[in-house]
Design a protein around this ligand. Structure first.
Ligand code: LFR
Length: 480
């Protein structure tokens, strides 16, 4: 028939999902086949991903999805598994929040100064970039044994198909890719003693990534042949591909555990000013650049909820909406919030440290977090426009945070721009659309976006004024 089905595996920091997208010439429907928790595990050597549990969840999901025309996988970025000479996995992949990278960047910069590194790779400083992880792992027995490095979605694809590759959008988060040439940053790698031979050949979104192996077909009940298609395997690349924009004058915020806020550009911005402002140039679909800033995101709230135990989130958000606005704000871009644990206390400490009232109740803490996120969104959207010389009229909010109406409204207020929120499952939709496109069903990126505008429910939030208060809160945080 004219309608095709695609399975999108979308792995997030706290859960994995297998979604089925049905795509026709003028239709796009997404349904959840299976959702499973992703629980990182702390063992004596550090914080690890339960990658076998994730793979089992993917197989369960494919069984629940039923027969599909293709499968695509996206996940969070930067993390990887190592394979030995027999192709067997060496240990459990290290979680990007593992503290092994503390103090590593300074060592890297002693060899390749931070300014040179930015000019060559365009990546904002984050302690967990693969480059720093590999440097932290330098003298481990595991790395010495390793013959192959596969990023998370590429590792799962390898287990499904037996074929190895390195998908480009996710590779661009390693800090080992030159965003200008869209090829490896050979000079940086060689100066830092990183063996690029560990990486499998690059592949691009839309490239074939093999067929499900016989054993996988047997376990999932699917019928040969089921191709796996490379998608924008970095979840943020898939999410940006599914931003329902109608022209180029838009900013986006991909919300979830993280908030990734910025612009889609034709070319990277590699200026010293951009580096100082901590903007990243990751690669998107069709040669686009995702010029954005990583902001801590709803992680701040997730960790507080974990600390508070049983909480009714709906009631909490309602109370937070009535709490006094902009009483205290924290810097939601601060890497001090990266590690898990003690989040309410750490937020209180940050408020105290900046001479602001300490939020006491869960509702007050929640309000502080949402105000802080909206403020960080404002700063990122403003800075990106200035640094890239690219003005916008609208801010698109996609991902899990679209469910949080208060966050969307505060973001519109803070930015002084309309917010269009949706779709919630942007990463899965971007994943599905790239597969559909590879099979000739939809056209280019603007065509994909038109299909989204015509089929997905979107909500609009108008700014309610009061931008002066947001500017003042920003100044308070900057200590000016
Ligand atoms: C979001 C995300 C971000 C990346 C972070 C860590 O899920 O992929 O883009 O910076 O996770 O990998």
């Amino acid at each position: 028939s004219a309608v095709k089905s695609y399975a999108a595996v979308d792995l997030g920091a706290s859960s994995g999902r297998v979604m089925v997208g049905r795509v026709g010439p003028d239709s796009l429907e997404l349904a959840e086949a299976h959702r499973f928790p992703n629980r990182p595990v702390r063992v004596p050597e550090g914080l690890r991903w339960d990658v076998l549990g994730l793979y089992a969840g993917v197989l369960d999901g494919l069984r629940a999805a039923g027969q599909v025309d293709s499968v695509g996988i996206d996940s969070w970025a930067v993390d990887y598994g190592l394979l030995d000479a027999d192709g067997a996995l060496l240990g459990n992949p290290v979680h990007y929040r593992d503290p092994r990278t503390e103090g590593v960047a300074e060592k890297v910069w002693a060899t390749v100064p931070a300014a040179e590194l930015y000019a060559a790779t365009g990546l904002q400083y984050a302690p967990f970039n693969t480059l720093y992880q590999l440097t932290a792992a330098r003298s481990t027995a595991q790395l010495a044994q390793a013959r192959r490095l596969l990023l998370m979605p590429d590792l799962l694809t390898y287990w499904l198909t037996g074929e190895q590759g390195t998908e480009l959008t996710n590779a661009s988060t390693t800090q080992l890719i030159d965003p200008g040439t869209r090829d490896w940053a050979y000079d940086v790698a060689s100066r830092l003693g990183i063996d690029l031979g560990l990486f499998a050949p690059l592949r691009r979104p839309g490239d074939p990534a093999g067929l499900l192996r016989d054993e996988v077909l047997e376990e999932t009940g699917l019928t040969w042949p089921v191709p796996v298609t490379a998608v924008g395997s970095h979840d943020t690349a898939s999410a940006v591909a599914a931003v329902p924009a109608s022209d180029e004058r838009f900013a986006y915020i991909c919300t979830g555990t993280w908030s990734l806020a910025g612009l889609e550009l034709d070319a990277p911005v590699l200026t010293e000013e951009s580096r100082a402002a901590n903007f990243t140039n990751e690669l998107g679909l069709d040669g686009t650049v995702r010029y954005l800033r990583n902001i801590m995101g709803l992680w701040l709230l997730q960790e507080c909820l974990r600390a508070w135990g049983e909480t009714d989130l709906g009631a909490l958000l309602l109370e937070a909406s009535k709490a006094p606005a902009l009483r205290s704000v924290v810097d939601a871009g601060d890497a001090a919030f990266l590690a898990p644990g003690r989040m309410p206390e750490r937020i209180a400490e940050a408020c105290r440290g900046t001479g602001q009232p300490v939020p006491e109740t869960p509702a007050e803490v929640t309000r502080c977090i949402l105000d802080s996120l909206a403020l960080a969104h404002r700063k990122a959207v403003q800075d990106a426009q200035r640094l890239a010389g690219h003005a916008v009229d609208v801010v698109h909010v996609v991902g899990g945070g679209t469910r949080n109406a208060l966050l969307c409204q505060l973001t519109a207020d803070a930015c002084g721009l309309p917010v269009v929120s949706g779709p919630t499952e942007a990463a899965a939709l971007g994943n599905v659309l790239v597969q559909a496109r590879a099979h000739g069903l939809v056209g280019d990126l603007p065509g994909m976006r038109r299909l989204l505008v015509n089929t997905q429910p979107l909500t609009r939030y108008e700014p309610r004024g009061g931008t002066e208060r947001w500017r003042a809160a920003q100044a308070r945080l900057a200590g000016t």
